[in-house]
Design a protein around this ligand. Sequence first.
Ligand SMILES: Nc1ncnc2c1ncn2[C@@H]1O[C@H](COP(=O)(O)OP(=O)(O)OP(=O)(O)O)[C@@H](O)[C@H]1O
Length: 325
Amino acid sequence: MYLFIINPRAGGGAAAKVWQAAQETLRERSVSYEALLTGSAETAGAEIARALGRRAGAWTAAVVIGGDGTLHSALGAIAAHGVPLGIVPAGSGNDTARGFGVPLDAPKALEAALAGCAAPADMLRAGSRNTVTAVASGFDAQVAVNVNRSRYKAVCNALRAGRLAYLIGVLHTLATFKPCRARVVCGGEERFFEDVWLASVCNLPSYGGGLRIAPQADSADGLLDVCVVHGIGRWKLLRLFPTLLRGSHVKLPYVTMLRGAEAEIAFERPMPAIGDGEPLPAGPLAVRCEPGALRVLSPPAARAASAADSPRAPGSEKLLRQPAG
Ligand SMILES: Nc1ncnc2c1ncn2[C@@H]1O[C@H](COP(=O)(O)OP(=O)(O)OP(=O)(O)O)[C@@H](O)[C@H]1O
């Protein structure tokens, strides 16, 4: 028995259409399922926990149809019940699906969920909030806050150009954001950085609609990857963005990558923070990696490819790159 969790609002209504098409496939295949259309991010956790609790032990998987925000709202309940997580991307960013090698094409993603190949995956915990892609603070969190509040997100979603909304958000935020000093602790080491634009704690390589902020991040290594961008001006930051699509920014002198089981980030001034693109409470961040807290259904080929893409040096807590100066 599958539990399908649907946020009909995700992707500007795309999730509702994906769910309509998915039901036909499920009927054709005689798959037994229950559907839960969640009402809001705030109530989704309790709704999902209730549904999973009603048939504890009987679920093959819980399949989320929505974007990264919908997945974020479902993580706690799914992890607590130990049920495999299936992902059918129907949002604008879809970085969770991307990170697990789940096809971005909804019918193919449904195939992958039904094929039933589950592998353990880490989750991030910041206070009482669970996150699977990244906890981001600073510029990129401000971009997400601005994009989520914007009208252009709805327009881009309607045009099926979710990535474009984030690009517009970057330009919009660049005009007003002011970097500041920050303290970052990772792998037991305390560091101070000047003029910090962003400090992000990643479990998966990308967020923000395919920006590869932590290209080496591996959701199965029990570690989190921190990316700090510091000590540059506005225009240099703008020029950084194309490198984020490839992940080649990690070689730049004003980018510091750290890795550890836990991380703390404290900006000198209040900065917005997001987990999976959703707002987190303001204030200093303390994030820890919860190894193997999830089991995620993804195509076996994708797992093999992501392992090959992410060569890791041995050792559990490592500094990947020293900052300049
Ligand atoms: N389980 C849920 N049920 C109903 N509404 C939700 C749920 N989870 C989140 N939401 C709300 O719906 C909005 C859109 O959902 P979601 O973030 O999944 O899609 P998106 O923003 O289109 O895509 P992405 O997050 O991948 O960019 C969220 O920002 C949040 O306000």
